[in-house]
Write a protein that binds this ligand. Structure first.
Ligand code: ADP
Ligand code: MG
Length: 702
């Protein structure tokens, strides 16, 4: 008998060469690593197709018949071997460009063969390139493997032909060596039982050596469930602990307070139903005596600022201070301005603190925060500095979550003896499954409704050759007194190239829209804050009609008079980002436009993204699509999260139902047994501890 942690080298069928490949290329060192290396799909060799049934674009298929002829021709790089194959129902052409000699010598005319490969259709003639062939008698004499796993591979493992068949042989010898009951179960019996999951040993055997696809799907389900379950369990336990051990400030209501006055006298418009709902969520949290840790997801323009104002007034009414933190200086300025407008005439003192606040001003603000004369401080990262000390901060609102790291959030919490309540606002709609993972320990409220009267933004995609159309629209809108954004993508690999794009774009635009009739400003990330501010100001005041920019304007700029958003090389942006950019227009009462300029090399994916933008303005729908097209790892902001969002089998874009099951199970357990002390959960406690050792970031989820 051999142990789980034995070196793979000594398994029959491995040997030193393959062992080396497995170790260096696939990081498989022990039998344990090996059996946990899982195929991500299967080749179905259970069925023979007839040639008449074949169609191009099918997955690889298997046929059975005889060779009619074979002929090799060409020399050097052009050398190839063509053979004609029939099964009596039709004919197919088989071609090889490599290993010609060997293939030629192994094809015997008139003998029955099994051919396996992918079908193509070349001018009406069916063909396969580099199919696998095997004499039927030989095929028939060995044990059948109807379903063969396709394992993750690298260029080297592919070259060494470490294919599914060989992997299966190696797996078989691993399981034979391990014998029965060597694989230790990782989930408690009550979960296996409740969700009818196969045990781990059966699961792994089914994945590597399946008898049928039904077995495979049960095993895959278990693996996906388990992968998602561990993440959810760690979130659930964290949240339970937060609820039980962290006390929060308790807020009360009083009719003489500022908030009721604001509602009666100042509210500029009725709240939307979604805003009302979110306010009652917040109210419930802050009145409970527990610590609020809530995320508000609301599309661009859905009115999150007002919600923040109302929540901050609750804190002030209870004798606390509040802060509103934004990711950029411009956004912080805009927030301060809208807060002052909202609160004009009320006894609330709002201050602004950013990187460019003067020393003198800074000292005044520091005093005001410590003696309590400042009620609300709006700012950037500058708020996190140790020199910023409050008299009594009760609520932190963080706008645009993605730009702030979890560690920074944690820093805000230390600004009072009891953790202030935390309200996180994000305008990047993210798919439900991703939210459950990224913010799984926060309570989530969604503003899924825009204030009434918004006109939908008209979106069009144009090719470079249609540029004149875009200029016409610009001229027409500018003639009506409106303004235009033109945005260029930022390619991280090549800042120089970006800059060139932007500069060239600026030159082209100023040529087509010359001064003094038109005024164009340029804004990009490399500018000094003062220069950038000046350019922004010129655009905000209406002095400039056109702003040429990189994505620095993505977050939060509010110029209601801008009605056209042109996005250059739009195919280079993700859907969420395009959506964010589009949200910069359509803020006023006028009809607005978004023009997506597609580069000359437009991939299928890129085209699909642009079409999605034309078809819908629903941010959540776009976020779902984005994740399906690009996978969860590429969604804005997820990489920084440090959270496990990619798995061996589970896929957040497709496995939402399994995630819901796993989440409910995890949260149920955490509620019943928050310290995992019941004996039936001992295995979970151990599992969670092991995982937190392996993955440091799991412990940092706030
Ligand atoms: P975001 O959610 O993108 O931060 P804002 O808070 O900037 O959105 O709100 C966008 C605009 O909608 C602002 O001009 C704001 O005054 C306005 N607004 C907010 N709530 C309402 C409402 N209930 N009715 C009408 N307009 C509203
Ligand atoms: Mg906002």
């Amino acid at each position: 008998m051999s142990g789980l942690y034995d070196d793979i080298q000594f398994l029959p069928g491995v040997g030193p060469k393959r062992a080396d490949l497995l170790k260096t290329e696939l990081h498989i060192f022990t039998i344990y690593d090996l059996i946990n290396f899982i195929p991500f799909r299967y080749i179905d060799r259970s069925k023979f197709y007839t040639i008449t049934e074949l169609a191009p674009a099918q997955a690889a298929v298997q046929i059975r018949g005889r060779f009619l002829s074979k002929q090799s021709s060409g020399i050097g790089a052009k050398a190839h071997l063509k053979a004609l194959f029939t099964d009596g129902t039709g004919r197919i052409e088989l071609t090889w460009f490599k290993g010609i000699k060997w293939v030629d010598s192994s094809i015997k005319l008139g003998v029955e063969y099994v051919v396996f490969g992918k079908v193509a259709d070349f001018h009406g003639i069916l063909s396969m390139t580099h199919p696998e062939i095997e004499e039927f008698s030989k095929f028939n004499s060995r044990p059948q493997q109807d379903f063969i796993g396709v394992y993750p591979a690298t260029e080297k493992t592919r070259k060494a032909n470490l294919n599914g068949k060989i992997m299966r042989t190696i797996m078989e010898s691993a399981f034979a060596k391990l014998g029965q009951n060597a694989i230790i179960e990782t989930l408690p019996f009550h979960i296996l039982n409740e969700f009818q999951l196969p045990n781990l040993e059966t699961t792994l055997r089914s994945l590597h050596m399946p008898a049928d696809l039904n077995q495979v799907s049960k095993a895959q389900f278990r693996i996906k469930f388990e992968e998602l379950f561990w993440v959810q369990l760690s979130l659930a336990i964290r949240k339970q602990n937060n609820n039980r051990t962290v006390k929060g400030f308790q807020f009360f209501r009083n009719n003489d307070n500022i908030l009721p006055t604001f509602y009666k006298q100042k509210l500029p418009f009725p709240l939307t139903n979604a805003q009302i709902r979110v306010m009652s969520d917040i109210r419930r949290d802050v009145e409970s005596g527990k610590h609020m840790n809530r995320l508000i997801q609301g599309d661009v323009g859905s009115g999150k600022t007002l919600v923040a104002v109302l929540a901050m007034l609750m804190a002030i009414d209870n004798g606390y201070q509040a802060c509103l933190m934004a990711p950029t200086e411009i956004l912080a300025q805009q927030h301060a301005k809208s807060l002052q407008e909202f609160l004009d005439g009320l006894p609330v003192n709002v201050a602004l603190l950013t990187g460019s606040t003067t020393k003198k001003n800074r000292a005044e603000i520091a005093d005001g925060l410590q003696n309590g004369t400042i009620n609300i401080i709006v700012g950037t990262h500058a708020l996190l500095e140790d020199t910023v000390q409050f008299q009594n901060i009760g609520l932190c609102v963080i706008d645009e979550q993605h730009r702030f790291g979890v560690a920074q959030r944690a820093k805000l919490w230390t600004k009072n003896s009891t953790q202030p309540h935390v309200l996180v606002m994000t305008a990047t709609p993210i798919p439900r499954t991703l939210a459950m993972t990224l913010y799984g320990d926060l309570d989530v409220s969604i503003i899924d409704e825009l204030p009434p009267g918004r006109k939908p933004i008209r979106t069009a995609k144009l090719r470079n050759s249609q540029r004149q159309k875009m200029y016409e629209l610009m001229r027409e809108q500018i003639a009506q007194g409106r303004q235009v954004y033109i945005v260029y993508p930022l390619i991280q690999e090549s800042e120089r190239l970006d800059f060139k794009n932007l500069e060239e774009g600026y030159a082209t635009i100023t040529h087509a829209f010359p001064e003094p009739r038109y005024k164009t400003v340029i804004v990009h990330g490399k500018m000094k804050p003062a220069e950038k501010n000046l350019a922004m100001q010129k655009f905000a005041s209406g002095e400039a009609q056109i702003m040429v920019a990189t994505t620095v304007i993505e977050v939060g700029v509010n110029v209601p008079n801008a009605t056209v958003m042109v996005i250059e090389s739009a195919e280079r942006f993700g859907l969420s980002q395009l959506h964010q950019l589009r949200g910069r227009v359509g803020r006023g009462a006028d009809l607005s436009f978004c023009i997506l300029m597609a580069g000359d090399k437009l991939s299928k994916d890129g085209d699909a993204r642009l079409s999605a933008m034309v078809e819908t303005t629903d941010g959540f729908q776009l976020a779902e699509m984005d994740m399906k097209l690009r996978g969860p790892g590429d969604i804005e902001g997820t990489q920084q999260s440090g959270l496990p969002i990619s798995f061996k089998l589970a896929n957040l874009a497709r496995d939402g139902q399994i995630l819901t099951l796993a989440r409910n199970a995890a949260f149920y357990i955490a509620e019943k047994d928050p310290t995992l002390s019941l004996s039936e959960n001992a295995i979970l406690k151990k599992g969670l501890q092991e995982r937190s050792k392996q993955n440091v970031s799991w412990r940092e989820i706030s």
